[in-house]
Design a protein around this ligand. Structure first.
Ligand code: ZN
Length: 238
């Protein structure tokens, strides 16, 4: 089974459309998303509609939860908070209900786990896995069998990463994931990459061969930024 693993779409319809086209051309059979469908950019409803139409299995990101009205944008920077509250006002009740229904974590086909931010102290949408110590703490529950799987995909930091209990693995365009080892994998961000490469990021994962491909896809970023500016959103500031 070939999975396309998306994260942090952040309401960029141009980036999401480009990634979905690339995934289709690559033969992806199932699509999943590690959260933050909305926030920062100006097309939240269209992005939600596209993901729902494709039956994409999603978990909730922190921006999704604020837009759904489940919590307030505590800890958000000013631009992020403004966009999250703009999104909440803009969404239909149906779209808000969809975001509110998303779980914090879910196991996909008994093969891997999806979470937005971290697995410790329990699966959540808020804690950045931005240090080796935090990554090690979030790998522990994968290693002890709590979730029944030893591989988890996450997002939130907007940077691609493959990490085991000892440290980060060197990234390659295509990687063979080691068997039996607890692993945390971040596919990067579709709509707002933060690694200096402006192209949309996502991953293809061949679960049978345990092969991971980190993909980069060009998209019309100027159209995304222009739409955000028209909506009064300073879309690039995290
Ligand atoms: Zn995000």
């Amino acid at each position: 089974m070939l999975y396309a693993v998306l994260s942090d779409v952040h309401a960029s319809l141009e980036a999401l459309s480009a990634v979905l086209a690339d995934a289709r051309a690559a033969g992806a059979q199932s699509l999943v998303c590690c959260g933050d469908i909305v926030g920062y950019h100006a097309d939240p409803e269209a992005c939600i509609d596209l993901l729902r139409a494709r039956g994409v299995a999603c978990v909730a990101g922190n921006h999704d939860r604020v837009a759904a009205g489940l919590c307030e944008p505590e800890g958000f920077g000013p631009a992020a908070a403004r966009a999250a509250l703009w999104t909440r006002r803009r969404l239909s009740a149906d779209h808000r209900a969809f975001l509110a229904s998303l779980p914090l974590a879910r196991v996909i086909d008994g093969r891997f786990l999806l979470v937005h931010a971290a697995l410790h102290p329990s699966p959540n949408a808020d804690l950045h896995l931005s240090s080796a110590a935090r990554l090690r703490r979030s790998i522990e529950p994968l290693g002890d069998g709590r979730f029944g799987v030893r591989l988890a995909f996450f997002g939130h930091t907007h940077r691609a990463l493959v990490h085991d209990a000892r440290g980060a693995l060197p990234l390659g365009e295509t990687m063979q994931l080691p068997d039996g080892r607890a692993l945390l994998v971040n596919p990067g961000s579709v709509g707002q990459p933060r690694d200096g490469d402006p192209r949309a990021a996502y991953a293809l994962y061949d679960a049978d061969a345990r092969r991971l491909s980190l993909r980069r896809v060009p998209f019309d970023r100027r159209a995304t930024l222009a739409a955000a500016a028209r909506a009064g959103l300073a879309a690039e500031a995290p």
